[in-house]
Design a protein around this ligand. Structure first.
Ligand code: MRU
Length: 344
């Protein structure tokens, strides 16, 4: 891979600005927790696991800036920053999961204001490496489900760009290829933000995959012609019953896959599973700005004043999902028991 999503440095992090891809490869410097918030909110970094790891470093940067030695005031200031970070994007569970894990370190009796920032840096680096490790393990489990010579459809970008590295759904495809399987990939362009066209197509092409870009409305016809053998996508939040929130359009792909008898897999680390939410109906769906829908590459494509909806995610009911691929193994339906075992 010729790029890194995030590079930790001694007093800042570098984030690959994904808004500029595929045309420009530029890193932005994140020096404060507010920079981290903006990077996440404005989607310089996106993808649930990458958002989580960025936020973890954001907590560290926030801690570095606190100027009091009073432990209670120190923690109160840090908690305020954490609440702000968590509000950047509501659907990706990895965000609150990562921030709360960082808070756990800060709250541990062993830390004082003078030692907390160093402990938080260590924890963020640990999460960064754990994410890559989880993706590799997930990839190895998932690769067994992908048959040699198959064509796989993916939606959005659940690749190295959406994680600390290697990817979830694309990690499965990387692993399958590394295992010697010959696979072709169809990438949905993924309107409105075009993560499929701009990011998945770019990252897979960089790595020499046989990748074909289609617009979102072409998936059904490709399936009807027998051109797709499996679907693999990522997830932003998975409820306790296995319902999956992922990039809007995932639900349509899952329903189409069911109608055409095609397996539909979701690959996600355990940090994406939210045990506090019983079913998908409890998942908050982020509504994003109107301009993402009425413009393409900055050019307006709809009339002024038109009414617009822009839900960034949808929820795919568990009944349409063939299996959930995690770093601890593959979970098949019924999901409730398997998810409970996964989260221990
Ligand atoms: O709005 P985005 O680009 O953050 O949405 C990303 C997705 O929906 C991904 O599929 C999901 O986060 C899984 S990434 C491993």
């Amino acid at each position: 891979m010729a790029f890194f999503t995030l590079i930790p440095k001694k007093d800042h992090i570098l984030l690959l600005d994904q808004r500029l891809l595929p045309g420009t490869t530029r890193y932005i410097r994140i020096r404060t927790y507010r920079d981290a918030f903006d990077g996440i909110r404005q989607m310089a970094v996106r993808g649930a696991p990458a958002i989580g790891v960025t936020a973890a470093f954001g907590v560290w940067l926030g801690a570095r800036s606190i100027r009091t030695n009073d432990p209670r005031r120190y923690l109160a200031e840090l908690e305020k920053m954490c609440r702000h970070l968590i509000s950047a994007r509501p659907t990706a569970y990895n965000l609150s999961w990562a921030v709360n894990r960082m808070l756990g370190v800060a709250r541990s009796g062993r830390q004082t204001p003078s030692t907390t920032a160093a402990a938080l840096y260590k924890e963020a680096v640990r999460m960064y490496h754990e994410d890559i490790d989880a993706n590799r393990k997930m990839g190895a489990f998932g690769a067994r489900l992908i048959k040699n010579n198959s064509t796989v459809l993916t939606h959005c970008n659940a690749g190295a760009l959406a994680t600390a590295g290697y990817g979830t759904a694309l990690g499965v495809l990387r692993s399958a290829q590394e295992a010697g399987k010959h696979i072709r990939i169809f990438a949905d362009e993924t309107r409105p933000f075009l993560q499929g066209a701009r990011l998945t197509a770019w990252e897979l092409q960089q790595d020499g995959f046989d990748v074909t870009l289609i617009t979102d409305n072409m998936a059904g016809w490709m399936m009807k012609q027998g051109l797709i053998n499996a679907c693999v996508v990522g997830a932003d939040r998975i409820a306790a019953n296995g319902d999956v929130a992922n990039k809007v359009g995932t639900y349509s792909v899952a329903v189409l896959a069911r109608v055409h008898g095609i397996p539909f897999y979701v690959a996600a680390p355990s940090s994406t599973f939210d045990p506090a939410i019983a079913t998908g109906s409890g998942i908050v769906i982020e509504e994003r700005p109107v301009h993402e829908v009425i413009t393409i590459a900055g050019k307006q494509i709809a009339p002024n004043g038109i009414k617009v909806r822009n839900p960034a995610f949808d929820v795919t009911p568990a009944k349409y999902i063939t299996a959930l691929i995690t770093e601890k193994g593959v979970i098949f339906p019924p999901y409730k028991k398997g998810i409970r075992a996964l989260l221990g």
